[in-house]
Write a protein that binds this ligand. Structure first.
Ligand code: NAP
Length: 246
């Protein structure tokens, strides 16, 4: 058992998830870090968080599988005795124009990005309602608000995350549990690295600040929403996008 707060972060091995883990570790929060399969990256994030003083449990699992999500909550209960913060960050893309997109690619993105968040929310709600405290932060995207050619599956999943965030915020508001969504714009991670130079240039032209974002800039907001000072903020979608969507 620990007096420190405990957070579960999905997709914490790389990119934005890794930056969120480091941010929470700096604030003295214990971590259960989930990842899909990249053991090396996950171990590296764990070591970096431990160097900041956090206790860390790594749990490999697929958030689209309910039993894998249950394993995250069991790990938190066994090692730390509590869950105060849940960050639903794991996400994938399988981009294509709708006329070329396979049903499999549509289904997989919905399974991971939408059903995966729902699996986690169900468990988080159960744990947090009882203790009458909790902070839930879901990663959505500007694309869930604006749509994007070639991302009908991803946009649908991220718009769905916004709808679930607002619904659960209403369900849990009287129980001391806040539920918010963070909508990054274009952030430099592995997810965006594979875009063509042409698409990258086009995206950059649409960012009023004229630059792409850093994972740490998203993590800073997640860190705030996860803290006690954010106790009167719920059901919100906060953009970290250099002004892309106003
Ligand atoms: P990323 O660099 O591709 O990292 C994805 C992370 O999710 C990895 O830790 C990966 O684990 C994990 N993951 C993938 N599928 C999973 C599954 N089924 N179950 C559990 N974990 C899984 O992505 P990112 O750019 O940091 O994005 C993080 C979140 O922000 C996503 O929800 C994304 O949609 C959202 N977002 C990103 C941007 C952007 O510009 N980058 C913009 C808007 C929103 P492994 O390392 O083991 O593969």
């Amino acid at each position: 058992m620990s007096d420190k707060k405990t957070a579960i972060v999905t997709g914490g091995s790389r990119g934005i998830g890794r930056a969120i883990c480091l941010r929470l570790a700096k604030e003295g929060i214990n971590l259960v870090i989930n990842y899909a399969g990249n053991h090396e990256a996950a171990q590296d994030t764990k070591t970096a968080c431990e160097q900041l003083g956090a206790s860390v449990v790594l749990v490999q699992g697929d958030v689209s599988r309910a039993e894998d999500c249950e394993a995250l909550f069991s790990a938190a209960a066994e090692r730390f005795g509590r869950v105060d913060i849940v960050v639903n960050n794991a996400g994938i893309t399988r981009d294509n124009l709708i006329i070329r997109m396979s049903e499999e690619d549509f289904d997989r993105v919905i399974e991971v990005n939408l059903k995966g968040v729902w699996n986690m929310l169900k468990l988080a709600a159960r744990a947090m309602m009882k203790q009458r405290y909790g902070r839930i932060i879901n990663l959505t995207s500007v694309v869930g608000v604006t749509g994007n050619a070639g991302q009908s599956n991803y946009a649908a999943s991220k718009a769905g995350v916004i709808g679930m965030t607002k619904s659960l915020a209403r369900e849990l508001a009287s129980r001391g549990v806040t539920v918010n969504a963070v909508a990054p714009g274009y952030i430099d991670t592995d997810m965006t690295a594979s875009l063509s130079d042409e698409v990258k240039a086009m995206v950059k032209n649409n960012i009023p600040m004229g630059r792409t974002g850093r994972a740490e800039e998203v993590a800073a907001l997640v860190g705030f929403l996860a803290g006690d000072q954010a106790g009167y903020i719920t059901g919100q979608v906060v953009h970290v996008d250099g002004g892309m969507v106003m």
